[in-house]
Design a protein around this ligand. Structure first.
Ligand SMILES: [Mg+2]
Length: 200
């Protein structure tokens, strides 16, 4: 009798735990995370290349709302853009501060996807896959979305380009980069610490 009661109780507890787990999984939200200027520091790479190739040329001081290309002297600007199309450009980018730690924490609570418009740069695909494997090994290839337009079914999209929020129904988080500092119509995150404060 005692054993039977306990067995019934154990079965009920087991079913309850399974039900909770199922609901937890159902409730997990999806987060899409951009790469360039959100996880990977493209501007730092531009600055390094500029110093290498034009050691005697000055660069305009960074101002809010200005793209890096617009800081370049006019006679250099057109030619400088070729670097981003070169194989290897995206392979050794510096990792944006705190992103590894916070993204790893996010994966415990959310389904996290990397969403990069990598198709803009055909030589970037392999570099980006290898870079992610080095710095974000906990993100599987199944959760890496290389695309053109970011038409993705996620609940939160973290991106530095506001154009990627057009038509997006979820919660956009604009990750600060010099070029977007004058944009005011989106919820902004300046650092990965701020992402953590909002989402964890
Ligand atoms: Mg970006």
């Amino acid at each position: 009798m005692f054993f039977k009661l306990n067995l019934n109780l154990l079965i009920k507890i087991f079913i309850s735990i399974c039900t909770i787990r199922i609901f937890e999984k159902m409730e997990r939200q999806r987060i899409g995370i951009d790469m360039d200027e959100v996880l990977a520091d493209v501007i730092a790479k531009f600055e390094t290349l500029y110093k290498q190739h034009h050691p005697n040329e000055t660069l305009q001081e960074q101002a809010d709302g200005i793209e890096f290309y617009d800081l370049l002297p006019e006679h250099i600007a057109g030619d400088f853009r070729k670097h981003i199309y070169e194989k290897g450009f995206f392979r050794d980018l510096e990792v944006i501060e705190d992103s590894q730690r916070v993204v790893k924490e996010l994966t415990k609570k959310y389904d996290v996807f990397i969403v990069s418009a990598a198709m803009e740069f055909r030589n970037s695909l392999e570099d980006k896959v290898d870079w992610l494997a080095d710095h974000f090994p906990f993100i599987s290839w199944q959760r890496t979305i290389f695309c053109g337009l970011k038409i993705v079914n996620v609940d939160v999209l973290i991106d530095d380009r506001s154009r990627n929020f057009i038509g997006f129904d979820g919660r956009p988080l604009l990750f600060t980069s010099p070029h977007n500092r004058l944009i005011t119509e989106f919820e902004r995150v300046n650092t990965w610490e701020e992402v953590a404060a909002k989402l964890l």
